[in-house]
Design a binder for this molecule. Structure first.
Ligand SMILES: [Zn+2]
Length: 117
């Protein structure tokens, strides 16, 4: 169904399916025909979005004491630190955000040394 439709569009209106330059300033690459940014800029934006914790997801994990699947590493880390402030043990937090207690204590230490400097 989908294949013939695309083929027909290509045949009847070849001018519509063009490769446009990437919308990102300073990026000389060309985007794929149905996108406005190139794959490089797309994956870069995706990585950047995942690097910043989503406060809603963190709040929910802290409130429900359960980290839903699909939480990113920074989100788990933020939730673990908030749960630390609530006085939970590393083992408990590790069970909640699905990391080892060792990871929790590592995050704690890193947060402590960062805030003191
Ligand atoms: Zn680009």
């Amino acid at each position: 169904m989908r294949g013939p439709a695309v083929l027909a569009a290509n045949v009847t209106a070849p001018g519509l399916v063009t490769v446009r330059p990437c919308r990102t300033p300073g990026c000389g690459r060309s985007s794929v025909k149905w996108r406005t940014v190139c794959w490089t800029c797309k994956s870069r934006a995706y990585r950047r979005a995942r690097a910043t914790p989503d406060p809603v997801a963190v709040d929910r994990a802290v409130h429900d004491r359960y980290a839903p699947a699909g939480m990113t590493r920074p989100e788990r880390r933020a939730a673990a630190l908030q749960l630390t402030d609530l006085g939970l043990s590393a083992a408990e937090i590790g069970r909640i955000v699905h990391v080892t207690p060792r990871t929790v204590s590592r995050w704690r230490t890193a947060a402590k040394t960062r805030s003191s400097t």
